[in-house]
Design a protein around this ligand. Structure first.
Ligand SMILES: Cc1cc2nc3c(=O)[nH]c(=O)nc-3n(C[C@H](O)[C@H](O)[C@H](O)COP(=O)(O)OP(=O)(O)OC[C@H]3O[C@@H](n4cnc5c(N)ncnc54)[C@H](O)[C@@H]3O)c2cc1C
Length: 400
């Protein structure tokens, strides 16, 4: 595998690193003390600067106003942007919009693309993805209660979802609902575009996560769909094709998430090392002189490098053999990188002592918000079972 970075990508990543350092990291104290909603005007101004630098929507299609970077190129961008919690948002490549853009581009009708995809890529509106239900296991989403029943030219949707991230302030949701209850399990559900101002789309609350209800883009909504009526032309892709499309949404998305997590590792590792090198622990001595801290520094450095190379390898596999054939590698990075990140964050926090527990650094924010990485997009255990099954299959029927 070729790990070289093109001159174009060197220029882009240098520009982004500089922007993150100069424009975004200084905004973090405000992010830690005020709500996301309050920061919207300032964030909008930063977005305008990114557009002027022609770095807007790096991974999105050029015909809709993005830069059209390929998966490996965007992986490098995602790593730079992960160094701050607002990086992806300010550059127009944030989840869940990024995944929704991908599937609208692949499966949307021309009308849907003009109405929803174009303004989404341009950053004029936001969206959310509404699949997980309160009462049923998100790990096995074929168990789904939300129904979309045909009535005249419409679908009427009823059900209860939660963890519809960023629903607060979103213009539309892509909702997974059962349309074909008699079909085989994987062909029962469809994706339907539901404008959030449709009567019957009821946002119950932003769920408090690790003590924070969040707001706007940083919220996670609970949504009650009550006789929520949308035209049948809002169906995204084929009827019954919901799970097939969901798979398409998750493959490349995991590369973006994982490289974002590598970016978080880099940031926390920087903080860890700089604190260790400057914190006096005895007269004339710093924390960095302690062997246990040196072990952590060496282990974190090695773990981050291993995680990063695994993600780039998985991206290369997706590019060369396709997302389906690369499923083992995609599952592996999901649990390896999430756990590496949690270890690095935890050690950075520990090295900062009492300061690490405060919001005077970004570490505690990452500690609270990134714990979810081991749960969403497939919990650790689900991915491990999937990897093990693929490996075992290679051995079945073979005696050595
Ligand atoms: C911060 C955050 C953001 C999210 N954003 C979205 C979003 O935008 N849209 C959306 O639709 N959903 C979203 N989700 C929901 C997420 O996808 C689900 O939480 C996830 O799929 C797990 O489902 P569950 O919570 O129902 O847990 P369950 O399915 O009940 O699983 C609970 C636990 O059981 C274990 N487990 C599950 N299956 C197995 C197995 N096969 N073998 C062994 N152990 C297993 C795992 O440890 C798992 O954590 C988000 C979740 C979080 C935390």
């Amino acid at each position: 595998m070729d790990f070289s970075v093109s001159d174009k990508m060197k220029i882009i990543t240098n520009m982004i690193d500089e922007f993150v350092d100069k424009e975004l990291i200084p905004m973090e104290p405000a992010l830690l003390t005020r709500s996301f909603k309050e920061l919207l005007p300032e964030l909008e101004q930063k977005r305008r600067m990114v557009k002027q630098m022609e770095l807007w929507a790096p991974n999105h299609p050029t015909e809709y106003g993005g830069m059209g970077l390929n998966l490996k190129e965007h992986a490098l961008v995602s790593e730079c942007l992960g160094r701050t919690p607002i990086g992806h948002y300010v550059f127009g490549c944030q989840a869940p919009d990024a995944g929704n853009i991908e599937i609208l581009y692949m499966f949307g009708t021309e009308e849907q693309k003009e109405k929803w995809l174009r303004p989404l890529v341009e950053g004029k509106i936001r969206s959310c993805f509404s699949m997980t239900e309160v009462e049923l296991p998100g790990s096995n989403p074929v168990m789904m209660d939300t129904m979309a029943v045909k009535d005249g030219d419409d679908y009427v949707i009823n059900g209860q979802k939660w963890y519809t991230s960023s629903s607060d302030g979103a213009r539309f949701a892509i909702v997974m609902a059962v349309t074909n209850p008699e079909a085989s399990r994987y062909l029962q559900a469809s994706m339907i575009i539901v404008p959030t101002d449709t009567p019957g789309f009821n946002q119950v609350r932003n769920i408090p996560v690790m003590g924070e209800p969040g707001s706007d883009y940083f919220g996670h909504g609970e949504i009650l769909y009550q006789n929520c009526r949308v035209p049948q032309k809002n169906l995204l892709g084929p009827e019954g094709g919901g799970f097939v499309i969901a798979q398409e949404r998750l493959g490349p998305g995991r590369i973006h998430h994982c490289m974002r997590w590598v970016g978080i590792c880099n940031r926390c590792f920087d903080l860890l090392c700089s604190r260790a090198a400057t914190r006096p622990i005895a007269p004339g001595k710093t924390l960095a002189g302690k062997e246990i801290i040196q072990m952590w520094i060496a282990e974190c450095a090695a773990d981050i490098q291993a995680a990063r190379l695994m993600v780039l390898y998985a991206a290369d596999r997706i590019d060369t053999v396709g997302a389906k054939a690369a499923r083992k590698e995609i599952s592996m990075i999901k649990f390896v990188v999430a756990n590496t990140m949690m270890r690095v964050i935890d050690r950075a926090l520990q090295v900062h002592g009492g300061l690490g527990m405060t919001d005077d650094t970004i570490i505690a924010w990452y500690y609270r918000h990134e714990r979810a990485s081991r749960i969403y997009d497939g919990a650790d255990e689900v991915h491990k079972v999937s990897v093990a099954k693929r490996i075992i299959k290679e051995y079945e029927g073979k005696q050595r």
